[in-house]
Design a protein around this ligand. Structure first.
Ligand SMILES: Nc1ncnc2c1ncn2[C@@H]1O[C@H](COP(=O)(O)OP(=O)(O)OP(=O)(O)O)[C@@H](O)[C@H]1O
Ligand SMILES: CC(=O)N[C@H]1[C@@H]2OC[C@@H](O2)[C@@H](O)[C@@H]1O[C@H](C)C(=O)O
Length: 386
């Protein structure tokens, strides 16, 4: 297939915003052309947060949430196309992730709310959704999927590289010095617990530029309690979400803050150290399992790569392994749009009929074609059939 235009749309576990990336993709090349982000309307934001845990009347709320998500996805796509001055008929397909509200791979499901037919109807572009289901159907975790995209963008001959996405949850991809994927899995929380504290105590969405957390100190007793979380010692492949890392993990510390017995600066600093520790203990496990030589590179991406305290803590912690820390911007990759670009790439793989091999990351028994097609009337799919 000659190069074609694809759009990826991503809303991650932080539920902070909806990102879209327009990419030109062929068998041998990948190029980001334009990107755009929009905020969720306040009422949708509240609804999506509420659907992340059990509540009454979910059957009624869920399809309404799917419709609102699709309207937002169509809006971010339309605004992106306006920005890039490209018309919808030039786009081969959209890949939308949807909003994860439950992830239970042990029960064979991962639920991303979305309404693909509605996105296709509004935009007039074929839309591919539900990217995790086929992997789960082949006994995989359905996550993380991005390791194949990390490999495409960041593998390098001669160096072991760890690509780390710091979104709500952190996920790592280990690439060996021949450019292959050794493994990829979720490490634990990245921003989800930090953001929760900010919303509840500081009434802020997040601690921009670590202004508050940088003033704090680590509280060892809290750090040690947090490190008891059973997910951390589970063998990989594995994946997680708000099911394992949610308000319950930090409820006593939030109460201490409210009672004036713990400074919010110290809680945020401790959670930042926790984020880094959840990764470094897994890097140690990877180094031991694959008997890797000392050295290598860690590339940070996702929103956490914009947090200066977290970057500093990684730089220091990686010295123990002789690993040098970078942020994806160092390689010309915008840290915030990496996952949106990944879903443009997954749409390309679907349209090309390629089943990517991510068995080493998800634990699936075999590769599968990821995604389900929602054709637009007069979209690329229908014109190919005519
Ligand atoms: N300048 C900044 N300073 C500190 N933290 C930041 C900054 N910019 C972004 N962040 C953090 O990054 C978070 C958003 O990250 P991102 O958009 O990668 O999350 P996500 O898409 O929900 O991720 P995922 O699906 O990978 O869990 C914010 O909620 C915030 O905690
Ligand atoms: C179920 C789900 O939505 N998982 C997300 C989440 O956010 C980060 C991490 O946990 C990762 O496993 C995954 O997202 C990316 C896009 C992935 O599949 O690689």
């Amino acid at each position: 297939m000659s190069d074609k235009l694809f759009i990826g749309v991503m809303s991650g576990t932080s539920i902070d915003s909806l990102d879209a990336a327009l990419c030109r993709i062929s068998q041998n090349s990948f190029k980001l052309i334009a990107s755009h982000t929009i905020k969720w309307d306040e009422s949708v934001h509240t609804l999506l947060h509420s659907l992340c845990s059990s509540s009454s009347d979910e059957i009624e709320k869920m399809p309404l949430a799917c419709n609102s998500i699709a309207e937002h996805e169509a809006r971010v796509v339309t605004e992106l196309l306006d920005k890039a001055n490209i018309s919808a008929d030039k786009i081969c397909a959209i890949g939308t992730h949807g909003q994860t509200v439950r992830h239970r791979p042990e029960q064979n499901f991962s639920l991303q709310l979305d309404n693909g037919p509605m996105v296709a109807a509004i935009t007039g572009i074929d839309t591919i959704v539900n990217f995790r289901a086929a992997d789960l159907a082949n006994a995989g975790q359905g996550a993380p999927l991005t390791p194949i995209f990390h490999k495409l963008l960041l593998s390098k001959q001669g160096v072991n590289r760890f690509v780390l996405n710091l979104g709500g949850i952190s996920n790592i991809t280990a690439l060996d010095n021949k450019g292959g994927i050794l493994c990829g899995f979720d490490c634990g929380p990245a921003n989800t617990l930090l953001d929760l504290c900010c919303r509840e105590i500081l009434h802020l969405d997040y601690d921009a530029d670590a202004k508050v957390s940088s003033q704090g100190h680590v509280v060892d007793s809290i750090l040690n309690e947090l490190l008891q979380n059973s997910y951390l010692s589970k063998p990989f492949p594995k994946s997680t979400g708000r099911e394992d890392f949610n308000r319950n993990c930090i409820a006593p510390y939030l109460d201490m803050c409210k009672a004036g017995k713990l400074a919010i600066e110290d809680l945020l600093y401790t959670l930042s150290v926790y984020t880094v520790k959840c990764v470094s203990l897994h890097i140690e496990a990877i180094v031991n399992k694959y008997k890797l030589e000392r050295g290598g590179e860690l590339v940070l991406c996702g929103g956490g790569a914009l947090n200066p305290l977290i970057v500093r803590l990684f730089e220091k912690s990686m010295l123990d392994f002789d690993i040098k820390t970078y942020i994806s911007q160092d390689f010309g990759i915008d840290a915030s749009y990496l996952e949106a670009q990944a879903f443009a790439y997954f749409a390309y793989l679907f349209v090309s009929g390629i089943a990517p091999d991510i068995k080493d990351c998800t634990g699936a028994t075999r590769p599968s074609i990821l995604g389900c097609l929602c054709p637009a009337t007069d979209g690329c799919y229908s014109s190919r059939l005519k």
